[in-house]
Design a protein around this ligand. Sequence first.
Ligand code: GLU
Length: 510
Amino acid sequence: MKKDGDSPARVRFAPSPTGHLHLGGLRTALFDWLWARKTGGQFILRIEDTDRRRFDPESMDSLIRGLRWLGLDWDEGPDIGGPFAPYVQSQRQEIYQEKAQELIDRGHAYRCFCTPERLASLRDEQRRAGRRTGYDRHCRTLSDAERSQREAEGISSVIRFAVPLDGVTVYHDLVRGDIQVENRHLQDEILLKADGLPTYHLAAMVDDNLMKITHVLRGEEWLATAPIHKLIVDAFGWEMPVLVHLPVILDPSGKGKMSKRKKLVAGKEFLALVHEFQDAGYLPDAMFNFLTNVGWNFDPEEEVFSREEAIERFCLDEINPSAAALPYEKLDWLNGLYIRGLTPAALKVALVPYLSRQLGLSEAELQKDRKLDVLIPVIQERLKRLDEGADWVDWAYLTSDEIAYSDPKLLIGRKMDAAQSIAMLRAGAALLEEVELFDADAIQEAFRERASELGVKAGNLFGPIRGAISGKKVSPPLFESMVALGRHETLQRIGRATAYLEGLTIEESV
Ligand code: GLU
């Protein structure tokens, strides 16, 4: 439901294509999207690619794939155009050049001809003297004649913003309230670089204005630049969009900012990039639910909600200013929940690409395979990520000779010896020859009955047979596993396991 005052917002996600999309960026995009959808406004994708040195051509693809994967759609953007196209900053150079000139004409910016060498030695000097480093405004007071002379000499120049020398700048952040900064602490930042491309400060302010952006959601790391942005916007005589700095996401140790690389903490791997989460088999719905609660809270009592519910409740005023570490266990829990919510047929479709990659079988073959139809409903309960599927079913795709019974413990039950286990394997095989209907319930009933006739615990009978057919201690429920393999293959495996145990020397079998 719209609150009073939530008129249609125009929000933009403005990533720099300098690498793969990470979870922090995706969270910003998600909040943008939620706000646009909630207010009935527009979500705009704008590519901020003016730093050519850090430009990574592959990242555009990764970005668009990541956003689409989460199910975010945009109303204007580089791929679909829109009323304020182009939406790629490197294609808007002339606009920024004109706007920088406009600031010079208004007396809010100036050309700076200082060479990189001069700036470097200035920095060294400041460091040596224990002073704050920064530009000394050397070119701010050049006379017209001095400036023209340098231009005539062809000395390359940048355009810098002329920060007011005194006074204070007050800006408002929706999450943190009013923030005040004394102008004497600010630097004359570069607006237009020597290569004619703008810096973020100029390009983002110009585009936010031209594209009629009403709300700027961005990471908290940009908070320190907000005073300069406010001054630039004021110098143009424009209105400031509502600033919403989103809380930092901390790494799993809770100490530093989450890095853009996956991290190993105490032997556990913590992912950071969106495509890594995708490859690990997190479902978009689970990620959507999870990320919506990073920095905002749907409801402390309700952990699971739909996209529609999130849109309805989402509110910028409730964004939490404090940084927090990602609760990875919660993501796993949620993902398990969403996996269990799929129909077995939908889970099969989702799982097949993972199995195909991990087991080296074709997707088409797996899609047709009936073993999976039997196993999926029983492993569904146990899966937290789709990339765990192969571990649960790989044994079913081996031939009986490929199952390595290299460890007798796998076949010899607890408190049993090799001879007893052989007896169990034989009893199981005899029974499987007999059962008429090769169905999980029927086999189970027959096995339990036989165990009680033999005066052994059911587990004593099941254990060696589980080891025999899967080659593993942990595998999907036994009787479904037999059905998946079929009578012939099941008997084949039990036969091989029996022979293996029979061939062990006395020492090996204890
Ligand atoms: N291009 C900036 C980034 O990639 C965008 C910051 C903003 O949203 O204004 O972080």
